[in-house]
Design a protein around this ligand. Structure first.
Ligand code: GLN
Length: 266
């Protein structure tokens, strides 16, 4: 929670390319870390390149997570000062270092992360999907078919954990066959280029890539993941406010409207 807007700006100017703040028009209040009306300013972090949850469109940060978190914060007494962008694996450190106050990045709630941070209530469910080139030369139907192939995922994700626990640890895939990327867009590009044969990625994001690029979902692997907003351990008042905001947004039409906007009618 920032109550020192100046130090945040100094942080931003000193780290240069590491983080980018996208300020929301009208949200910077009278300085001193309040939203102008006395509310506490918070900064959100995300990792674009995960469509339709977060991505850059004409230089602008957009997506389901962006709209949803903004709608949720609007229901609280907090003010969203802006967004900072990181690689996915840097989001939890950015949160614990207090560079950001909340993570909105399609982040799966799991025990390992729960040891370091807290999560809001879940706001979306997902399984993993195995994505291949659409030329049809390689059509795996189960994880064991990936044995001996070059596989990719984004660093620090549950897709990567699936590859580790289901393929590498049981000895079905040599570690050298796993390629990790800072961003899923780079993984999918390497798949398109033929440098790797499959990418393991959250199903709704796989569907978006399949709609936009010459790649297909070969099969899905059920993991029953739930996405939550990441918050700092101990920020209980803020977490409660987000959970209340989330339930208001879900009870009204906003959640459904945003689902329709970003995932099509469903
Ligand atoms: N849901 C996955 C995870 O939490 C992937 C998230 C992402 O790549 N943005 O690890």
């Amino acid at each position: 929670m920032s109550d020192d807007g100046l130090s945040r700006r100094q942080y931003l100017s000193t780290v240069g390319g590491t983080a980018v703040t996208v300020s929301l028009a009208g949200c910077f209040g009278g300085g001193g870390g309040n939203g102008g009306d006395g509310s506490t300013e918070i900064t959100a972090g995300t990792a674009p390149g995960f469509p339709p949850f977060e991505m850059k469109q004409d230089g602008e940060l957009v997506g389901f997570d962006i709209d949803l978190l903004e709608a949720v914060v609007d229901e609280t007494d907090y003010t969203l000062a802006g967004w900072e962008e990181f690689e996915f694996k840097s989001l939890i450190p950015a949160l614990t270092n207090e560079n950001i106050d909340v993570v909105a990045a399609g982040m799966t709630i799991n025990d390992e992360r729960d040891e370091t941070i807290d999560f809001t209530d879940p706001y979306y469910s997902s399984n993993q999907a195995i994505v291949v080139r659409e030329d049809g030369d390689f059509s795996p139907t189960s994880l064991s078919d990936l044995s001996g192939r070059a596989i990719g995922a984004q660093k620090g994700t549950t897709g990567e954990s699936t590859i580790q626990s289901e393929l590498i640890e049981p000895g079905n895939l040599d570690e050298s066959n796993y390629n990790s990327y800072g961003n899923y867009v780079l993984a999918v590009e390497d798949l398109q280029n033929g440098n790797i044969d499959a990418v393991v990625i959250d199903e709704p994001v796989a569907q978006t890539f399949a709609a936009q690029r010459p790649v297909n979902i070969a099969f899905t692997y059920e993991t029953g993941e739930n996405f939550g907003f990441g918050v700092r351990d101990g920020d209980d008042e803020f977490t409660q406010a987000l959970n209340d905001g989330l339930s208001t947004v879900r009870d009204g039409s906003t959640y459904q409207d945003l689902t329709n906007k970003w995932f099509g009618q469903q």
